[in-house]
Design a protein around this ligand. Structure first.
Ligand code: AMP
Length: 219
């Protein structure tokens, strides 16, 4: 790894649009998107020891233990495609994770270049998340209200749509509580480092995209 300004983090509560916004940024910058949520879901689906360990935490909307996630990310960051930068989405989520990331990057002469914090009110997040449906065949994500699929349980590709376990309302409330308790303190952590950029994440994805583009381009 070499020093780069393209070491980015997307921070925000569940449902803030981190994954959606991250997707076009990584395409524009030619860097990989590293989503710990996606990595853990893949491990769970594949039934690996890591996936089995993470399963109970994820279904309950709790955080997977720091040492598990930190190991996973550190290994991923050492891969060749991260040499020119990366975008972390869903990591770090606790102060110890952020400290471990700083230490790992410092070992390679790098540091976090920018943290984009997407801000959205809790009630809007509950609406966004509870309507989310994922296709089991092609992985496309729909929203019953904002991006409706052909039928409530059917994707345009013909696949079946499912609601993620952790997108059920009681679990969403738990994930939001965990966010406010454990992840929100990272805002002050990165503010102190002078790398935090707050972006209004409310409204349609296109509007948020314009706001994100402004801060990322204005670096
Ligand atoms: P996400 O798709 O980012 O909302 O992540 C889904 C779930 O995976 C979370 O509710 C946690 O259980 C787990 N998870 C993802 N990223 C992390 C992380 N950085 N630290 C701990 N748990 C995580």
């Amino acid at each position: 790894m070499t020093t780069t300004a393209h070491d980015l983090i997307f921070l925000g509560p569940p449902g803030a649009g981190k994954g959606t916004q991250a997707r076009w940024i990584v395409e524009a910058l030619g860097i990989p998107q590293i989503s710990t949520g996606d990595m853990l879901r893949a491990a769970r689906k594949a039934g690996t020891p890591l996936g089995r360990q993470a399963d109970a935490y994820m279904s309950a909307g709790k955080l997977v233990p720091d040492e598990v996630v930190v190991g996973l990310v550190a290994e991923r960051l050492r891969e060749a495609d991260c040499a020119g930068g990366f975008l972390l989405d869903g990591f770090p989520r606790t102060i110890p994770q952020a400290e471990a990331l700083d230490a790992e990057l410092a070992r390679h002469g790098r540091k976090v270049g920018m943290v984009v914090a997407l801000e959205v009110e809790d009630e809007a997040l509950v609406r966004r998340l509870s309507g989310r449906r994922t296709c089991t065949a092609c992985n496309r994500i729909w929203h019953l209200e904002f991006d409706p699929p052909p039928a409530a349980d059917r994707c345009a590709c013909g696949g079946t749509l499912l609601q993620r376990d952790d997108d059920k309302e009681a679990t969403i409330r738990n994930r939001l509580r965990v966010y406010h308790e454990q992840t929100a303190p990272l805002l002050a952590y990165y503010e102190r480092q002078g790398v935090l950029r707050r972006v209004d994440g409310s409204g349609a994805a296109d509007e948020v995209r314009r706001r994100v583009a402004e801060v990322v381009r204005g670096r």
